[in-house]
Design a binder for this molecule. Structure first.
Ligand SMILES: O=C(O)c1ccccc1N[C@@H]1O[C@H](COP(=O)(O)O)[C@@H](O)[C@H]1O
Length: 226
């Protein structure tokens, strides 16, 4: 299973989190966020982490030109589009940067919102489900209703996000089996300052859970990864 730790702002923490087992690091490129990090600093961090770690920039309603410039400066391998980006916008981004992983985040208020996922399937690589908050775009610590996601099996990989912590991850994964999980505020001391002890605790729990999965469950989560 992919594990993305988001909201990295410090180089030493990025390297430590990669060593602990994260498969992806997330960098908030939204200037209004308390976790914002400028592209030059993302680049410095990305030059210090192993090349197999995914380097994901989180954007919200940026222009295509801004995204392309930041991706190149910051050495990103993927983008997470967390605003109201349309499928057409995703198509344009795909044409501009064909090798970039495009993750479309959808903020889910109720199961009705899950229907939106169909619109993006032909123009993105990966979906991400986050909880809806009326004032904030993300990093809210709010959880989704996992029970309502039990029947969510999109034909592409997907991340579960929204208020995940080392304390609730076992419960969340008892309801849903995503291809990846994404944690931010649940593993930090304050916005942008990650808590390495909490992240170590998370990986301990995940390692124990791997043994609890049946071979069939493990197989299907690996198939999702392609
Ligand atoms: O973290 C932020 O400040 C942020 C700002 C704008 C868009 C997205 C943001 N974070 C994303 O929110 C989800 C869930 O975070 P949390 O675990 O509930 O704190 C995660 O995907 C972050 O990438």
């Amino acid at each position: 299973m992919r594990v993305k730790i988001c909201g990295i702002t410090q180089a030493d923490q990025g390297s430590a989190i990669a060593r602990l087992g994260a498969t992806a690091l997330g960098f908030i490129c939204v200037p209004t966020s308390p976790r914002y990090i400028p592209p030059e600093q993302i680049r410095t961090i990305n030059q210090q982490i192993p090349p197999d770690i995914n380097r994901i920039g989180v954007f919200a309603n940026h222009s295509l030109v801004e995204i392309v410039q930041i991706v190149e400066m910051a050495l990103l391998s993927g983008v997470q589009l967390h605003g109201n980006e349309s499928p057409e916008f995703c198509r344009q981004l795909r044409s501009a940067l064909p090798n970039l992983e495009i993750i479309k985040a959808l903020r889910i208020r109720s199961t009705v919102d899950l229907a939106q996922t169909d619109l993006y399937l032909d123009c993105i690589d990966t979906l991400l489900l986050d909880a809806y908050h009326p004032q904030q775009l993300g990093g809210t610590g709010k959880t989704l209703n996992w029970a309502q996601l039990q029947q969510f099996h999109p034909p592409c990989p997907w991340f579960l996000a929204g208020g995940l912590t080392p304390n609730n991850i076992e419960l969340a994964l008892s309801w849903v089996r995503p291809s990846g999980i994404d944690l931010s505020s649940g593993v930090e001391r304050q916005p942008g300052d990650k808590d390495l002890k909490r992240i170590a605790e998370l990986f301990d729990k995940l390692n124990r859970l791997q043994f609890a999965f049946t071979p069939k469950q493990l197989e299907s989560s690996q198939e999702c990864l392609g």
